[in-house]
Design a protein around this ligand. Structure first.
Ligand SMILES: [Zn+2]
Length: 455
């Protein structure tokens, strides 16, 4: 999920530079043939949130009819046209929720996503394992997987994490855009310098469960700490390369270089401001111009009008398929061909490259890479083989770790820490909490089945 300040309609007002692959029908046909022979796995699509927030029929799974052309980026016909073989549906929930608990909203998003999958049995099959993905594909179904976007949903409880796994979550993005008690978000204040001891325990428990650790949205410090702790491959479900476009949501080279050892996969995302620096800079400039123009204006209608006008005066150049391909090639250059995948962020953004406007457009990207000389073998790795390999590796790690005792670490808040726990305290301050600054203690205790693993 990416909530851009940029208005997509303005992006579209630009005339796109011609991209060779888009106009080469032979390459497109070759790309489609290749995608018929392999499983295209996308790491991130926000359709469940799109259904929840639909203006006309909010939360109505039936009304958001995927058998028809939808107002968003995703429906059955376009998934088929895009040759999508497996999709991780993001069951995103905002980290900014104030009026209800995270868990309730998270459970509702599980419900929406699972009802959506069940509603189209001719198209979707819920997949819980790597083998499930392959089996669904053999039957001509789109394997559908669930990925939680935001560790705030566990409300500092490993028990909640385990329950979400039981409901079908197969990855969790450790943060969204809000820094947690135990992990820094890339686009929020960095409070911990990475993962706290409890945050490291979350990663260990995810490895034990077989839930992929998703490092999109987290700070580089969290990426690094998670790689230190992880025994299974990590993923980035929708991030691109920082060296090409210095956006905080992207992955630095120092992290990309660590992926071969970990086995992880960066699923390159298509969000324009993440993949085109010209787009990112123009977007920032438009943002600050709008901010300046709105200073002192309180009337909401007036604010909308001014924002529209100022944005129209600050057009944002579009990103292109070539930009996506450049990011993919950079990840390959630094991390290697075995560590790259795709995570479009469809229905999570309005900010998409020309030629990649919806889920039907993946063949155009493969055609562009073919034009650049990519082999079929490498294109299949990008499409899904890398993710399948990482998922299988995570399942094997989980099977090994499950022979160890279940972790019993819980994050407890208290106004003071006991001296015994002090050494292991996560110093933190809750923003917006009624009781003001608090310390967060991590405690472990012995249970019948054994001790918790080290903090
Ligand atoms: Zn996101």
């Amino acid at each position: 999920m990416h909530r851009p300040a940029a208005a997509a309609v303005l992006v579209l007002s630009f005339v796109a530079a011609p991209v060779a692959a888009q106009s080469d029908p032979a390459l497109l046909r070759r790309a489609e043939r290749l995608l018929d022979q392999t499983i295209l796995i996308d790491g991130h699509n926000d359709l469940p949130w799109e259904i929840r927030t639909n203006r006309d029929h909010p939360r109505d799974v039936a009304a958001y009819d995927l058998r028809q052309r939808t107002p968003g980026h995703t429906d059955l016909a376009r998934l088929r046209a895009g040759h999508v073989g497996a999709q991780f549906w993001s069951i995103y929930i905002p980290g900014e929720i104030r009026d209800s608990g995270y868990a309730r909203v998270q459970l509702e998003q599980f419900d929406i996503a699972r009802r959506m999958v069940a509603r189209y049995p001719e198209a979707f099959t819920l997949a819980l394992t790597a083998d499930d993905i392959v089996a669904a594909h053999r039957k001509g179904r789109i394997a559908t997987l669930l990925g939680m976007e935001g560790g705030h949903a566990i409300e500092n409880s490993l028990g909640a994490l385990r329950s979400y796994y039981a409901l079908g979550a197969r990855y969790m993005t450790l943060t969204h855009n809000v820094t947690l008690d135990w992990a820094d978000a890339a686009q929020d204040t960095l409070k911990h310098g990475g993962l706290t001891p409890f945050g490291r325990e979350v990663v260990r428990e995810m490895n034990r469960l077989g839930m992929l650790v998703d490092l999109s949205h987290v700070s580089p410090g969290v990426m690094s700490d998670a790689l230190d702790v992880a025994e299974a491959p990590v993923i980035f479900s929708h991030s691109s390369a920082y060296a090409i476009t210095p956006h905080k949501r992207n992955v630095p080279d120092s992290i990309l270089a660590r992926l071969p050892k970990n086995g992880g996969v960066v699923m390159v995302t298509f969000v324009s401001s993440f993949i085109s620096d010209a787009n990112r800079r123009a977007d920032l400039a438009a943002d600050s111009a709008v901010g300046a123009a709105l200073r002192g204006i309180t009337d909401s209608t007036e604010r909308r009008r001014i924002a529209r006008e100022v944005r129209a005066a600050h057009p944002v150049p579009p990103a292109t398929i070539a930009d996506v391909a450049d990011h993919i090639e950079h990840v390959v250059k630094v991390a290697g061909i075995d560590h790259v995948g795709l995570g479009g962020d469809y229905d999570g953004t309005t900010d998409l490259p020309v030629g990649m406007e919806d889920v039907s457009k993946y063949p155009a990207l493969f055609a562009e890479l073919m034009r650049r000389g990519w082999s079929d073998a490498n294109l299949k790795k990008l499409a899904g083989e890398n993710l399948l390999r990482a998922f299988r590796q995570a399942e094997r790690t989980a099977a090994r770790l499950q022979r160890e005792p279940t972790a019993t670490i819980e994050l407890r808040r208290s106004s003071r820490c006991t001296s015994g726990a002090r050494r292991r305290c996560d110093s933190t301050q809750r923003r917006g909490g009624r009781r003001g600054p608090q310390r967060t203690c991590v405690r472990s205790w012995r249970v019948a089945s054994g001790t918790a693993r080290g903090l």
